[in-house]
Write a protein that binds this ligand. Sequence first.
Ligand SMILES: C[S@@+](CC[C@H](N)C(=O)[O-])C[C@H]1O[C@@H](n2cnc3c(N)ncnc32)[C@H](O)[C@@H]1O
Length: 227
Amino acid sequence: MSTTTNPWIRDDFARTWTAGDVQADFLAVPRRIAATIVSLDRPQARLIADVGSGPGDFLAFFLGQFPDARGVWGDVSSAMHGIAEERLAPLGDRVDYVVADMSDISPLPKGLDALITSRALHHLRPDGLRGVYAQAAAHLAPGGWLVNLDHAAIGGRWEDRLRAARKQLLPPKPEGIATAHHHDQPPPTIDDHAAALRAAGFEDVDVPWRGFYTCLFMARKADQARP
Ligand SMILES: C[S@@+](CC[C@H](N)C(=O)[O-])C[C@H]1O[C@@H](n2cnc3c(N)ncnc32)[C@H](O)[C@@H]1O
């Protein structure tokens, strides 16, 4: 999606989507699983970046788990930047803000303990996904974690079943709030994610949680580069 056609950069869309996001309760468990797995492995984590962070709730959750860590909020949308600054104000100067497209995360700092992202990478084609995961690996410290809580294509009849069940079980959107947005192509599959993570050099790749078609992808960077 080009920057000029990306609806997320529009202030009205960013605010409407944020007001209509009814997935917070549904996502609470995978957010907790992700932060717990990282904290058990890397309790000394000090630097966490969130790509496509939007209002910043996932980053806020991680910074709650790691009270000594600093966060880097990253997103292409200046509109979301404004919303995130309001929402993350209680975290004060623990958060730095970087407005950048996820296709080039070079403005983010290196040596990250965790690079997290949620509900953003599913807009990418498999080659774009491979690019982001490769850049993520380069930005992580040895032993750092890649965490992606994202929608995946399931395909076939299960896709239909899961969409119908999810619609019935998630809370309805607030009256008059439309948050639908265009996707240029189906999201990458679970296999696309696993292959892209391995191609980026991650060794420990797993999906420790899945709800309907939303998956928690986690991968740990090797402690040391192999000779
Ligand atoms: C569905 S929202 C998810 C927000 C947040 N990660 C969450 O799960 O609550 C998608 C986010 O991805 C951001 N986004 C969309 N395209 C992007 C791009 N090309 N580069 C960086 N961020 C992008 C949007 O601005 C938006 O904040």
